[in-house]
Structures are given as structure tokens and as C-alpha cells.
Design a protein around this ligand. Structure first.
Ligand code: SAJ
Length: 436
């Protein structure tokens, strides 16, 4: 690495970080680095998001981050030229999939082109977005080099430190979650370790390469997806056997080693778990191997909204209520409890299937009121023949069977097994869970 020349008019400070992407991942990183003494420039292409951050408002729900943002002096801008001032640039943009589940690296590529155009010698570029092995080497590096006319390893450093944000988690946050780091070369690895050691109070494990670091994140999230698929398949099987799968999992979880409980539900949503496996499936396929097992797990998890709706129509039939024309309350839109994120949420598949069956759907989510079709829980339940719980928000978990019966609801499908089954059955509600 040649000695970095202070070539830009605004001299770079070694303690200046630019974060590209002000979402669940980028914003917490900005605020943490600022707390640890870095000057931070938050960059996002979305004008509306930048305006919100400037007004110290979060574009998503998270109490801890909202609190930190209010106290912060973070600069937010859509002007990518500002990253010239940074000696470290972190890329924290989404890595979604297309409708056909092919990886969509569009946001990563756009960020690399914009960063490349401004990249100065001596800068450390860190990709935090979740990607399959090979993306840093084969996509990020060439784009940064092409648009900067600089050479990775010689003129700038390139590393990967996969994000591990767990939205809504009250215990684990960006400052205390252990991380892994991979880099193009030893010098880059040391620079990256230095940065994360300065801001994290958590273990940091250096990996042998960019690919290893990329593989760690994909493996940990694929691990979660296959384990959820395992219990989702068991749920479907144990229903036929009259066994309560949740009790069985809780029984298995008494084993203090070699078992990790996961729970069946109406589907797997979010921007991580249902998406990340497809990145590995596609990359491995391009390199001559097909992940039958990962693909099967994805098919099982993607089938759960249909399984849930089939239980609803079966329960309505048992009550001699036609699904066609019946009002059905869908409780929850976001992909998991206590967050307002609808990405890949199974709720929208459930709603689509219910409408296809001719039901009149009233959806309510206290964290996603702007997309709820009912203004309140009471409005959603009033006059509904059935209700489907899709998200385990605490506001739903506390509901009594009487709340449903008083509104005229006869059938409750508990898509997250989060209600008290015994109480609902004792009250005369036609209750069905997933696998119980
Ligand atoms: N889900 C199940 N059964 C389970 C666990 C989850 O059906 O046993 C469903 C949830 O309802 C949700 C989806 O899967 O729809 C994803 O749930 P999640 O708890 O994994 O939530 P995420 O997507 O916020 O996952 C994040 C991930 N963090 C990152 O990828 C950086 C993941 O690594 C974590 O394992 C997860 O948090 C966590 O531990 O909660």
C-alpha cells in the first residue's frame, strides 16, 4: 500500500467513517462509531430517508436506535462526494432476491459504482451487507477498481464484516454482537480489526479470506432456515399423529446439549433468513453443486402460508361456514413480533390466499398501521367469522378467547402458536395452531 496522499481538498481524517445505507444495519453502525469518537457521514440515495434521519427520526422501529439518534450529531446526506473525507467506508445496503428468488445485487453494485467514483487512495472499504462467498472478490472489487481507477490491495483496502443485527432484540445490539472479518490481504485485515476493535465490545474473529467471512453469515442463516423447516415439516406430520409439536420441542429442549429449539409457524419472513440461502444455492449452482437440502428447506418454509390457510378453510368447514364471503381478521403484517418490518412477511401470502378463497380480509398490525386495512384490532375482529394470528406481537399474545368470541369470531388459527391453546379450547373457540 503506497503512502496515502491527502489528495482531496477536504483532507481525510483517519477517524472519519462514511456509511452507505441508512437502514437497520447502517444507522446503528453510524451511531456506535460516533459514540466511539469517529466523525460519521451517513450516505443514502433515498432523499426521504435522509430527511427523516436529519430530523432525528428513524425510518424503522427500534427504541435503542431511536434514542441514540436523538442524541446524535450524525450528518446524513445523499451526496456521495462527501465520502472523500472518510478513511473508512462501510457498505450497508440491502441484498434482497428477485421474485424468482435469484439474488439481487443491484443495491450493492450501485453503491460500489457511487463509492468508486469518489474513492481515494488509502481508504478502507468494508462490505457489511450479507452476500454469498465470492461477491467481494468478483463483484465489489472489480466495480470499485473500475470506477476509481485504483487497484485493490495496492491503493485501497477491501474487507467483509457481515452484519448480524437482530431487529427488535433488547439484549444483542451492534456494539456487543461478536463479528467475523475477512480481507483481501493482511494489511487490510489489520486495518479492519483496528476499526472494529475501536468500536465493538465483542469478540472479533479474523477469517482467512473474504470468502470465508461471506460464507460464515450465509451458513449461520441457512442453519436457522433449515432448522425452522425441520420443525415446520414435523408440525405437518405430527398433526396427523395427534401430537403437539410445541410440547415435543419444549421436551427436546430440556436436553442441555446438542439440541437448539426452533418453532413452527405460518412462514419465514425478514430480510435475512428466507433470503440468504438463495445466495448460496445460486453461487454453488454456478460452480457445479446443487444444494438440494437448502432448496427443500426453502420450499417447506415457503409452503407454510398455504398450510395455514388450509387449516383455516378446514376449520370453517367444520363450523359449516363458507370461506367465500366470510370476513377473516389477519392479525399481524410484519415478519416477526415487536418489529414493523414487512420484508418477505408471510402475512401477505396468507392475505393473498384468503382473498383467492373469496374471504373478505381485515388486516391489522399495531407496528404497521399504514398498511393495515382495519384501523384497530377491534375493527378487524368485529363480525369476523375467523381470525389468523400471523405475527407474535405481544398485543396479540395477551388476547383472551373472550375478546374473539365477543366480536363474533368462532375460528382462531394461531399461526405463531403464541396463544394459550387450552384456554381457547375451553372457551369453545375452534382453535388450531401450527402443529398443535
Ligand atoms: N421463525 C420461525 N421459527 C423459529 C424462528 C423464526 O418460524 O423458530 C420465523 C420468524 O417468525 C420470522 C423468520 O423466521 O418470520 C425470521 O426470524 P428470525 O428470528 O431469524 O428473525 P430475523 O430475520 O430478524 O433474524 C435475525 C438474523 N440476524 C441476521 O441475519 C443478522 C438471524 O441471524 C438471527 O438468528 C435472528 O435474527 C435471531 O437470532 O433472532
Amino acid at each position: 500500500m503506497t503512502k496515502e496522499k491527502q489528495s482531496s481538498p477536504q483532507a481525510k481524517s483517519s477517524k472519519t467513517l462514511a456509511v452507505v445505507g441508512l437502514g437497520y444495519v447502517g444507522l446503528p453502525l453510524c451511531l456506535l462509531a460516533e459514540k466511539k469518537g469517529y466523525k460519521v457521514i451517513g450516505v443514502d440515495k433515498d432523499e426521504g430517508r435522509v430527511k427523516l434521519v436529519r430530523a432525528r427520526q428513524l425510518p424503522f422501529t427500534d427504541e435503542r436506535v431511536a434514542r441514540d439518534l436523538k442524541k446524535s450529531r450524525l450528518e446524513a446526506t445523499t451526496d456521495f462526494r462527501r465520502i472523500k473525507q472518510a478513511s473508512i467506508i462501510a457498505i450497508c445496503v440491502p441484498t434482497p432476491v428477485f421474485k424468482d428468488y435469484r439474488p439481487d445485487l443491484g443495491p450493492v453494485k450501485a453503491a460500489c459504482r457511487a463509492i468508486g467514483a469518489e474513492l481515494k487512495k488509502g481508504t478502507l472499504v468494508i462490505l457489511e451487507s450479507t452476500v454469498n462467498p465470492g461477491v467481494s472478490d468478483q463483484v465489489v472489487k472489480p466495480l470499485l477498481e473500475r470506477y476509481s481507477r485504483l487497484k485493490a490491495g495496492r491503493d485501497f483496502y477491501l474487507s467483509h464484516c457481515p452484519e448480524r443485527i437482530n431487529p427488535g432484540d433488547k439484549n444483542w445490539h451492534v456494539g456487543n454482537i461478536p463479528r467475523v472479518i475477512g480481507s483481501l490481504d493482511e494489511a487490510g485485515l489489520q486495518k479492519t480489526l483496528e476499526f472494529y476493535r475501536a468500536i465493538l465490545s465483542a469478540k472479533i474473529k479474523p477469517m482467512k479470506s473474504l470468502k470465508e467471512a461471506e460464507a460464515v453469515k450465509i451458513v449461520e442463516n441457512s442453519f436457522r432456515d433449515i432448522n425452522i423447516a425441520f420443525v415446520n415439516e414435523l408440525a405437518q406430520s405430527f398433526e396427523n399423529l395427534g401430537i403437539d409439536i410445541v410440547n415435543v420441542i419444549d421436551g427436546a429442549a430440556t436436553k442441555p446439549f446438542a439440541f437448539m429449539p426452533h418453532y413452527p409457524g405460518c412462514g419465514v419472513g425478514g430480510h435475512c433468513i428466507p433470503v440468504d440461502p438463495y445466495y448460496l444455492i445460486e453461487f454453488a449452482r454456478q460452480n457445479g453443486f446443487y444444494h438440494d437440502f437448502l432448496a427443500l428447506a426453502r420450499r417447506i418454509n415457503n409452503s407454510m402460508p398455504e398450510f395455514t390457510c388450509a387449516k383455516l378453510t378446514e376449520a370453517l368447514n367444520e363450523r359449516k361456514i363458507a370461506a367465500k364471503g366470510a370476513k377473516v381478521a389477519v392479525l399481524g403484517l410484519s415478519y416477526k413480533g415487536e418489529v414493523g418490518d414487512c420484508r418477505e412477511s408471510p402475512a401477505f401470502v396468507v392475505i393473498k390466499l384468503l382473498k383467492k378463497a373469496g374471504a373478505k380480509v381485515a388486516a391489522f398490525d399495531p407496528f404497521v398501521q399504514e398498511r393495515s386495512t382495519a384501523k384497530s384490532l377491534d375493527e378487524a375482529l368485529q363480525g369476523a367469522a375467523a381470525a389468523v394470528v400471523v405475527t407474535a406481537h405481544s398485543a396479540f399474545k395477551e388476547l383472551s378467547p373472550q375478546k374473539f368470541l365477543a366480536a363474533g369470531v368462532q375460528v382462531v388459527i394461531d399461526g405463531r402458536n403464541c396463544l394459550n391453546k387450552e384456554k381457547f379450547l375451553a372457551a369453545g373457540v375452534h382453535y388450531k395452531g401450527i402443529g398443535r
